[in-house]
Design a protein around this ligand. Structure first.
Ligand code: GDD
Ligand code: MN
Length: 388
């Protein structure tokens, strides 16, 4: 057998380009090699960018590192400032994503854009302690673990987290507890936004990671085939200096659907779970309106109930289920018209099935549910494909 036949097609093509890679490497200046990429997701953080860069420079002196901002087209123009800094400093880059939202997706894309062997993730708002980064890097270099996490709930100051107030404190503890149970890992802060990992950990599971929500560390840990070694380092979560938090009820709902998706072993995606929950609220609204409108006759009441539920489903799905592609302004209206167009067939089926059921069963709520179920199945399939 000739030697070349022993190589698979992939090996051959890698061998072919191998020489080119060597040439490119020989020409490259030493500084072109980065050991660490610091990925910073940003949304409306204009005033925090310059102070953050200053703090990272101070913390990482002596390290060969690069800084990757991933901005979701912030209305306050954060990306303009980040790009201006990138123009002046070759180790800084800024990816501006348009028409998309999501902390997790931004972090994953930033990590996928680098070739540095280690990737750190840190918030832009100065709430995290960047002075942990050198120790995190040292632990990974030594091979002591694959993931280092900055924990708000370890060591001194863990009882009261300065940067979290009232309800957020309890919510954060609950999110941590749920995350710990779902991961079966004894971590004090599995939903931390400050961590450092070997890049290959992200590369391997990137297609499985959810782009929406905040819990990228949790998602990353639970996506690993074999358990990874984690070390937590304590730090004090500082209050925000400028701007406001983007963690809202929608983000909480996204986290819960991510946990639920893990419980189904990913048979149902977080989005499908969210869509079903929104559908359930639609059914409740449908039945409420149907009951209130029965006096005008079953068919018109069923139609009115369906339109009300459809409108509510559209708005809630747009705000929560598809918040990473959320429609606003004119697009919100055209999306609604599209949604209604697609759902009108579902609505006809809904009213027809409901009416037939009512003629035979004479149980208004059972007839209502049968009609709604047929309509909902149609709506889910068609709108998830076409509208968002
Ligand atoms: N690109 C992008 N897109 N960045 C975003 C988005 C988004 O949709 N939403 C938030 N960010 C950025 C913010 O600009 C900030 O740099 C960082 O992500 C964290 O957002 P905050 O809104 O400040 O989050 P927080 O302080 O309330 O939440 C903290 O605790 C969570 C756990 O409870 C953060 O540390 C989170 O990372 C952490 O998951
Ligand atoms: Mn913050």
């Amino acid at each position: 057998m000739p030697a070349s036949a022993m190589y698979s097609r992939q090996d051959l093509s890698l061998r072919d380009v191998g020489a080119g890679i060597e040439t490119a490497r020989a020409d490259a200046p030493d500084e072109a090699w980065w050991e660490l990429a610091v990925v910073v997701p940003t949304y409306d953080e204009a005033l925090n960018i310059a102070p953050l860069v200053g703090r990272l420079e101070a913390a990482l002196s002596g390290v060969s590192w690069q800084l990757v901002f991933v901005d979701d087209d912030s209305p306050d123009g954060t990306w303009r400032i980040a790009k201006e800094m990138a123009r002046l400093d070759p180790k800084i880059s800024c990816l501006r994503r348009v028409g998309r939202r999501g902390l997790a997706g931004a972090v994953v894309e930033g990590a996928l854009a680098t070739s540095a062997p280690f990737v750190a993730v840190i918030d832009a708002d100065l709430q995290h302690d960047e002075r942990l980064l050198p120790e995190m890097l040292a632990l990974l270099r030594r091979g002591s673990c694959e993931v280092v996490i900055g924990s708000r709930y370890l060591g001194a100051g863990s009882a009261v987290v300065a940067g979290l107030t009232g309800r957020r404190r309890w919510g954060s503890r609950l999110a941590n507890w749920l995350g710990r149970k779902a991961l079966s890992m004894e971590l004090t802060d599995p939903v931390s936004g400050l961590f450092m990992v070997k890049r290959e950990l992200i590369d391997e599971v990137a297609p499985k990671l959810s782009p929406s929500g905040f819990k990228v560390l949790f998602d990353l840990l639970s996506a690993q085939e074999t358990p990874v070694r984690c070390i937590e380092l304590p730090y004090e979560f500082a209050p925000r200096a400028h701007g406001r938090s983007k963690l809202d009820h929608g983000v909480v709902a996204q986290y819960l659907s991510l946990l639920a998706s893990k419980l189904t072993r990913q048979v149902l995606s977080p989005r499908a779970i969210m869509f079903s929950l929104v559908g359930a609220t639609g059914v409740a609204i449908h039945l409420g309106v149907l009951k209130a409108g029965l006096a005008m006759g079953f068919a018109p009441a069923q139609a009115l109930a369906a339109v009300t539920a459809m409108t509510s489903n559209y708005l809630v799905n747009n705000a929560v289920t598809y918040r990473d592609r959320r429609k606003r302004g004119l697009a919100l209206l055209t999306g609604y018209l599209q949604f209604c167009g697609l759902c009108s067939v579902g609505l006809l089926a809904n009213v027809a099935v409901g009416s037939v059921a009512q003629q035979h069963l004479h149980v208004w709520w059972l007839s209502g549910i049968s009609g709604a179920a047929v309509g909902a199945a149609w709506n889910y399939v068609t709108t998830s494909l076409a509208v968002w």
